[in-house]
Design a protein around this ligand. Structure first.
Ligand code: GLN
Length: 486
């Protein structure tokens, strides 16, 4: 058989079900790639022996009627994994070994998958380039010296480099879609509440959502089907029947109405992004969809709103890291207060501290009304823009990011230009609606670019179908020289 690690998840599942390949063979092939990929720094922790053991156990029992039979999967290091170190990319959790499993990973394991390792990410998922990780930056397999995007940068890099057949990330403001766009992979942020947040290290709880990152749209449907389920342990989990996203996936989009929001044509947008968008419109039109111009008039407030709401919630969520209950504890200080202070100043990195400072500021009495409360009101207006538009259109098409992957270090010391990266992705988080990034073209350097489709609440199936139509008709094809292998 040709290199199994280059195949899509769906193809690997099929090959295992047809007994053309064993789980042990698949797992060994991915392990081989992982061992040669140190330069990418995609992993924080690997569980290679344990994975091989699980693969052998699977091959003995051969429970082939599951969705992910014998599939090894590496996951973002934000998902708590029982008995396996979970760091959230932070020094604060350098020695944290959870005693419980996140619901999402548990769901994957009960479909026959098992853990391959924990993937690098921005510290507490705060970042757009995977440069805020305590464990070092991740490199984009597309070319060295370039970021893979963030915060699920390790996930995107590992997937594109064939180190895992599929992966999962979290998306608070774009952390699945932006790295997917930067690495030529597919990334879906589901409707808020579709995938349980239980056991995921919290960043901004009203925005955080787990989702799949995959090589193809078909794989994305299969992964979502495996992950999404009501969870009584998450009070914001949506009670609904399970859906058969992969079986119902079809490339028939005739008659669907696709909205093009004029506010997403931002100032100084590179020509290649504009071309990508135009091409996306053409593809959908040729596939039988109707293109309609729409207006989402509060779009320009989305980024500032996000950068108030997210840090406010982060400052509250991160209050628990005080050196008392778990995580890092400083040995300096002569009393309890000093121990708290030293723990937090030594345990958190600069970006996390920046967010905590902004968050506590916008929540403090005297500023609460001016910032936090106002941001919540604007958030509602942004949601209403979408609600109004979805009366006229089935989905909205935009670019995923305002540029392709940028150089390591290029934006690191300029938070504003880093935050601007999220301009097209944060609105869907604020509105709680699903959005997917599909690789659809390249910039002039040949770097991947993604198109984003935004949908109505719980309309994931339609989004996947439209994404499939784009995938089938766009010229993008992933082909990487494995320069990182030793
Ligand atoms: N880049 C955004 C931020 O730094 C989004 C991060 C995310 O989605 N986790 O907040």
């Amino acid at each position: 058989m040709t290199d199994i690690t280059k195949k899509s998840l769906t193809q690997i599942v099929k090959a295992i079900k047809n007994k053309e390949v064993s789980s042990t063979e698949v797992t060994s092939a991915f392990i081989k790639n992982i061992e040669k990929s140190k330069k990418l720094n995609a992993f924080i922790t690997t569980c290679l022996d344990q994975a091989l053991k699980k693969a052998k156990e699977f091959d003995k029992k051969q429970k082939l009627n599951l969705l992910l039979p014998g599939i090894p999967i590496a996951v973002k290091d934000l998902f708590c994994t029982k008995g396996v170190k979970t760091t959230a990319g932070s020094k604060m959790l350098e020695n944290f070994i959870p005693t419980y499993e996140s619901t999402i990973t548990e769901n994957l394991w009960s479909e026959g998958a098992f853990l391959l390792g924990k993937l690098n990410c921005d510290e507490y998922a705060m970042g757009s380039s995977n440069e805020t990780s305590f464990y070092g930056n991740v490199v984009n397999p597309i070319e060295d010296k370039y970021v893979p995007g963030g915060s699920s940068g390790g996930s995107a890099s590992a997937l594109a480099a064939d180190l895992t057949p599929t992966t999962i990330g979290t998306d608070t403001g774009g952390s699945i879609r932006q790295p997917a766009s930067f690495t030529g992979t597919v990334g879906l942020k589901p409707t808020y509440g579709l995938c349980s947040r239980w056991g995921i290290v919290a960043f901004a709880s009203s925005l955080d959502q787990a989702g799949p990152m995959t090589k193809t749209v078909e794989d994305c449907a299969l992964m979502l089907e495996s992950m999404a389920a009501f969870d009584k342990k998450d009070s914001t989990s949506i009670k609904k029947n399970k859906e058969n996203y992969s079986k119902n996936l079809k490339d028939g989009i005739k008659g669907l109405k696709i909205g093009i929001p004029k506010e997403y044509r931002v100032e100084n947008m590179p020509k290649e992004i504009d071309n990508l968008w135009e091409n996306g419109k053409k593809i959908l039109k040729d596939a039988g969809a109707k293109i309609i111009d729409i207006s989402l008039s509060h779009t320009k407030y989305a980024l500032p709103t996000y950068y108030i709401v997210a840090p406010a919630e982060a400052s509250s969520n991160l209050a628990r890291y005080d050196g008392v209950k778990y995580g890092y504890r400083s040995t300096k200080g002569s009393n309890l207060i000093e121990m708290y202070e030293n723990t937090r100043s030594e345990g958190f990195g600069d970006e996390v501290k920046r967010r905590i400072l902004i968050g506590t500021y916008v929540l403090s009495s005297g500023y609460y009304d001016a910032y936090y409360l106002k941001a919540q009101k604007v958030r509602k207006l942004i949601k209403e823009d979408f609600d109004r538009s979805f009366k006229d259109v089935d989905a909205i098409l935009t670019p995923s990011t305002p540029s392709a992957a940028f150089k390591i270090g290029e934006k690191k010391d300029d938070p504003i230009s880093m935050y601007l990266n999220d301009i097209f992705t944060v609105p869907a988080n604020l509105a709680g609606i699903p959005a997917i990034s599909v690789p659809s073209g390249r910039d002039k350097k040949g770097f991947p670019l993604g198109l984003q489709l935004i949908g109505k609440t719980l309309d994931e199936q339609k989004l996947l179908n439209i994404a499939l139509a784009i995938e089938k008709r766009s010229v993008f094809k992933q082909s990487l020289k494995k320069w990182w292998e030793n």
